[in-house]
Design a protein around this ligand. Sequence first.
Ligand code: AMP
Length: 376
Amino acid sequence: MSFTSMGISPSIIHTLKTQNYKNPYPIQKEAIPAILNKEDVLGIAKTGSGKTASYVIPVLMNLQGQSIKKNRHVNVLVLVPTRELAVQVNDVFKIFEETLPEKIKTLAVFGGASINPQMKALVNVNILVATPGRLLELVELNAVHLSEVQTLVLDEADKMLNAGFKKEMDRIFEILPAARQNLLFSATLNDDIASMKQLFLHDPLVIKIESEEDDIELIDQVAYMVSEEKKGPLLRHLINSREMKQVLIFTSSAARADRVADKLRKNGIDAKAIHRKKTQGVRTDLLTKFKYGKLRVLVATDLLSRGIDIEFLPYVINYELPRSPKTYIHRIGRTGRAEATGEAISLITPEEEHHFRVIENKIKKRIERIKIDGYS
Ligand code: AMP
């Protein structure tokens, strides 16, 4: 099935060409026609599968031809768990909006940035991409109204519906009109599908492309056995000897991310840390630089393990293992995305060996162990 045969409008076909999207990805083949048909969709597909475009395209098409211009009443609400993802989703909307015959305005709002410019920008917005906390602040201030929302999108739905956001999400569901189209997308849904279905008025179309657990074949995974005090030297050795040009490193805390980045810089490797303690401006700037190859090493906490799309990222290094196997999968899923191959390297101390086996059992894969003389 081609994009054209799916009934996609010429202006969007034009953008697909300029973006070099030749054929629809599997999630797009199923989700786009259903969303155009105003059905509810529960899409289980990892980030990197093309899920953003699978809702952006039909949502924009559905808004064409409707003259909805009630000020400060948005028509589509996209909820995301992080500021980074808000910016990223907003960017995809902007790309596809450009050629539309009828102007559509999308805005991203998120905490950690000043609220006033967001309030001002909320004039004649059709599509609002928001993190829950900031959305509620704006609702309280009467800067935005949700009574006209026709379509609700939950990106990273499992995260949006878990305990961390529960209070905010409950409040948002109270305000939203009951009759609306619900589009839920998530990389991992495991056993929660039944409870998610309660959100839907009608039975949703469930699209399960492949779970991230099943789809890590494209990623080469290796583990280096190392003593705690040799982790830093081994990291530098790997980056230098393998001439890594773009590498995302995960650590377990913001303080550790800072230390690892400092140490790399002291040793002449261009590296910066990114975590919740950095301002939003700095985070966006670092991510952009890293994405476009202007920063060699980004040292991150799990803030970046979900949902961030960096095209063709060749290396992910677990400087420290994450607590849960699920997070391991999300982390390494930052490489080997959408048909590109990548390598995920874990640095394992003897103390971490047991935990690493738990992860291996969960992903049902034995990962090759490597020892380098002088580092273990
Ligand atoms: P996502 O899963 O939405 O994060 O998308 C992953 C990446 O795939 C993004 O860089 C998109 O630009 C790209 N992409 C999405 N759909 C297609 C397509 N049909 N053809 C080529 N690239 C695509």
